[in-house]
Write a protein that binds this ligand. Sequence first.
Ligand code: ZN
Length: 242
Amino acid sequence: MRRLACVFAHPDDETFASGGTIAKLAAADTRIDLFCATDGDAGKNSGILVSSRAELGALRRGELAAAARILGIGSLSTPGHGDGVLRDVDPDRLIGEIVFFLRRYRPDVVLTFGPEGAPTQHRDHRAISRAATAAFFLAPLATEYMDQLREAEPYGPARLYFCAWEPPATGAELTALSVSATCCVDVSGYLDTKRAAFFAHGTQRQHLARFEQLAMTPTERFALAAGAQQPRMVTESLFDGL
Ligand SMILES: [Zn+2]
């Protein structure tokens, strides 16, 4: 069975950046595990009444679990770091958590944001990209995070991909350029599932227009960042040639 590990910052990142690909892979018997670093407790709530950040975080954890069920994600790892301040978490700790996640679930492919955090350039997206990239290279080394080795063997995933996006149109609200895509996945048969997962994130409904514009595209785009070469310059599957 093929395995994909997604490493993102907030509940809804998985749907926004890769919901179609996740649903398509899950339908094709791929195991998908998601590490989501924060509970999104500093996000907006679309007018849903919440009395505290903790309450919003709990609500969004529940929304993430519902979206994960819709997309076919097999497990959620949610360490609950502070939303908006991920770059202030001790990097050794955050990287170590992702190293453990990779050693435990042993994915073939790891997916995270690009270092620029496109399309929003959110500082948490940039922070999780750096940490996931470091973890990709450290997880196979028996000299790293040796305290974990009683529970999980060193393990090296085959490939690391970054999320990539269409270049922004002239006059677009978001202007970040992502790395160039090397893998364009046809998700046209999974857009209804992707939209349903977005609606499971009820507190994020105010971002619907942005979701429709940026995320409801017939292809989702990714860029090979490290690991095994692709058999072609631009391919149609994250697992092509593995
Ligand atoms: Zn996010």
